[in-house]
Design a binder for this molecule. Structure first.
Ligand code: AHR
Length: 505
């Protein structure tokens, strides 16, 4: 390698550093909950209106079939709705009944736009039905009441007769929907009411008490969790309300630079790439430390840690409305997604749900849509490559992570996770964050008798490679022939800046 440096051989041509590891294929115990691969659709920008929900030539609202068809390929397990911050502004009664009679709403938190409330409870349930996904409702604590939230639960889940079930039937739906995942407010430390942890814990208990009626599904009640490293928030919730909480909803965004100046989604330096990778790895520390606090109060791990909002947050796309949070999505975002998903898999004992922010046209979107044109982002392809982990059994995997150094800063280079499904198929997903140098990864396969390996890779020459309406397939997975199985060892020539998914049989 030294010779290569001396002779001026470019980094990508130098010998790939080797990393070693092992997978114990007969020692898997934990299921990777499919809800880790979940999504989030807020009334924000063009995620719902202009994304999932579009108007025809006559101005009639309809579901966007292009978006639904694209997402159907991903086996989306859930969608979280209506926010986000918007949830604590939203009054569900304004979004049911004949569409022409619904009052409009000013979305003061996102872009100050007025919407006609044509997308409400029934339309959301129609959407998750079309996506074959489970709904996650986030109720309004910040500007709502206990009665309003309890009535929403009754509207969705009571089979009648009764005032809310009768109203639902009047609005065209006889059968209850049986919605069990229920968020009690969102970011209650910030846009959801600027509360202290103590105050929210008391309020949580009050709201959660009335989300436990003797009918409908057993509720799965989700508490608004901490922002990033606010460990005291988690401790307070566990201490004061832990027995009533099924999931604590941690939010963590990967931001390069500062919140005021996050930088461009497409025009960035290697330093900004490296910072994004460091930011993505940080979710591992956050999960580890929040879980350690939860372990003190809940050693049986009954309460889940949910990562209800995650992803890259860049400066808005030039020429778009800043409050709409529209951004492009490059290979850098794909690597960030791959790191998160590997880390969630590896923490599957405590992390049992996560939601990428957000699905269409907002933040780290899966698809961008505009006026009849749809493009799948690199992040979409990562979810496609990782979807086989859903509900599979996590396999213990030790792997050296190596080092990716840039400008005196160091981060681990390689992330990976492995699972086995109920048909015995083993999936290994890997990501090499180093944009210049490949890695040779050798994995000892213990307790496993396999003979074939096949795979896909997502990579590009440029760190900023991305898809556009004009070039929608610039970045998409291709078949991968860099993996070999021999004498119980899996050897992978992992290219620079690449995500790889393998299937072993
Ligand atoms: O996803 C955008 C916003 O980020 C959400 O509305 C809020 O919960 C978070 O701060």
């Amino acid at each position: 390698m030294l010779m290569g440096l001396l002779l001026g051989v470019p980094a990508h041509a130098q010998e790939a550093p080797s990393l070693e590891g092992a997978i114990s294929a007969d020692q898997g115990e934990t299921t990777i909950n499919r809800h880790i691969y979940g999504h989030f659709a807020e009334h924000l920008g063009e995620d719902i209106y202009g994304g999932f929900w579009i108007q025809d030539d006559r101005g009639n609202w309809q579901y966007n079939q292009q978006v639904i068809e694209a997402l159907n390929q991903l086996n989306i397990p859930n969608v979280r709705w209506p926010g986000g911050c918007f949830a604590d502004y939203y009054h569900w009664r304004d979004g049911v009944g004949p569409q022409e009679e619904r009052p409009s709403i000013v979305n003061a938190i996102w872009g100050n736009v007025t919407r006609d409330n044509s997308f409400g409870t029934h339309e959301f349930m129609g959407l998750v039905d079309r996506l074959d996904a489970e709904p996650i409702i986030v109720g309004n604590v910040g500007s709502g009441t206990v009665e309003e939230m309890a009535n929403w639960w009754e509207y969705m889940n009571h089979d009648g007769p009764g005032p809310m079930a009768d109203l639902r039937a009047e609005h065209g739906r006889e059968e209850p929907w049986n919605v069990r995942y229920w968020g009690v407010g969102n970011e209650s430390w910030g846009c959801g009411g600027n509360m202290s942890a103590d105050y929210y814990a008391d309020l949580y208990k009050r709201y959660a008490t009335y989300l436990w009626p003797p009918y409908g599904p057993e509720p799965y009640r989700i508490a608004a969790g901490p922002s990033g490293s606010d460990y005291e928030w988690t401790r307070t919730l566990m201490e004061e309300a832990g027995g009533m909480i099924d999931g604590i909803d941690l939010h963590h965004y990967t931001v390069v630079g500062t919140w005021e100046n996050k930088g461009s989604a497409t025009d960035f330096t290697e330093g900004e790439w490296h910072e994004a990778m460091q930011g993505a790895w940080y979710i591992d520390e956050l999960i580890t430390r929040h879980s350690a606090i939860m372990d003190q109060y809940d050693p049986e791990q009954e309460t889940a840690l949910i990562v209800g909002e995650w992803g890259m947050w860049h400066d808005p796309m030039p020429g778009t409305k800043p409050g709409f949070l529209k951004q492009q999505n490059t290979l850098r975002d794909a690597l960030v997604a791959a790191l998160h998903l590997n880390i969630f898999n590896r923490h599957a004992d405590r992390v049992r749900m996560a939601n990428l922010a957000q699905t269409v046209n907002v933040l780290q979107a899966l698809v961008l849509y505009d006026d009849g044109q749809l493009v799948k982002t690199p992040t979409y392809h990562v979810f496609d490559m990782y979807k086989a982990h859903q509900d599979a059994t996590l396999l213990p995997m030790d792997l050296e992570r190596g080092t990716y150094a840039h400008d005196g800063e160091e981060a681990p280079a390689v992330s990976a996770s492995a699972s086995v499904d109920d048909q015995g198929r083993i999936r290994v997903t890997m990501a090499n964050t180093d944009p210049s140098r490949a890695r040779t990864v050798s994995v000892d396969l213990r307790g496993l008798d396999t003979s074939t390996v096949s795979g896909r890779v997502l990579t590009a020459d440029q760190m900023s490679a991305h898809n556009t309406f004009e070039a929608p397939t610039r970045l998409q997975p291709s078949s991968f022939d860099g993996a070999q199985l021999e004498n119980g060892t899996l050897t992978v020539e992992l290219p620079a800046k690449a995500v790889v998914s393998l299937e072993l049989q």
